[in-house]
Write a new protein. Structure first.
Length: 196
């Protein structure tokens, strides 16, 4: 989510949550989210990541391998050579109905995504970015794996501050890790109450 659009998205998300929850009635919403954030919840800049730390990349691979990953079209473009992630079922959100990418299932709307996800156990589904998609799908997640970096480089895309969203609680936090002077922790947030 771009900073200038934050309040616009907040309003949109409130409307979306009501509509989305109604649509989801009867369907579980315990998907997961995985993200790396800066100290002020930045997640990216110029369609790239802010940190590329091998321990965090291993953590991401360990948690998502063999699972279903859901991402926005910008995030797919930001991956090496714009290619989907190996050893995972890749689902990409794009409004481009003509879009076809090898090894990727394209969904053109949230209802289309939710219909597609009915074929999978929601606990095996991981929302992997970026800003727009995290913000839209957060209401459908019950668990968030968040790598928190203790630095705030310039960002243009953010995750909503989950510490300020009612219903979420920090369930686990690793010891502080360090790479090249950069400190970070692996956190797991959970919903105290189910999303629906
Ligand atoms: N720190 C992290 O862990 C992390 C993880 C992932 C990404 N990122 C960063 O996040 C940034 C990218 O995020 P972003 O917010 O710009 O883009 P994004 O969320 O990856 O993708 C946005 C795109 O998704 C599609 N989309 C959005 N809403 C849709 C809907 N309702 N139905 C169908 N398609 C929809 C549109 O694609 P079309 O334009 O094709 O219609 C839109 O342009 C990058 O900087 C990336 O490095 C960070």
């Amino acid at each position: 989510m771009k900073e200038a659009n934050r309040s616009f998205f907040h309003l949109n998300i409130c409307a979306f949550r009501k509509e989305g929850f109604a649509r989801l009635k009867g369907m579980e919403s315990n998907m997961n989210l995985i993200v790396a954030v800066t100290a002020n919840w930045g997640i990216g800049c110029e369609n790239d990541l802010l940190f590329k730390i091998s321990e965090d990349q291993r953590h991401f691979r360990r948690i998502t391998t063999g699972k279903v990953v859901v991402m926005g079209h910008n995030t797919l473009k930001s991956l090496p050579n714009g290619k989907p992630l190996k050893n995972r079922t890749n689902i990409v959100l794009s409004r481009d109905t003509a879009l076809e990418i090898d090894g990727v299932m394209v969904c053109n709307s949230i209802p289309h995504l939710l219909e597609t996800l009915k074929a999978h156990n929601p606990a095996d589904v991981f929302v992997i970015g970026g800003g727009v998609i995290y913000t839209m799908l957060l209401p459908y997640c019950n668990k968030a794996y968040i790598t928190k970096f203790q630095a705030s480089p310039l960002a243009d895309t953010y995750l909503p501050n989950i510490d300020e969203i009612p219903g979420w609680t920090l369930a686990e936090e690793s010891e502080v890790k360090e790479f090249d002077g950069l400190k970070f922790t692996f956190c797991v947030y959970e919903r105290v109450k189910p999303a629906i």
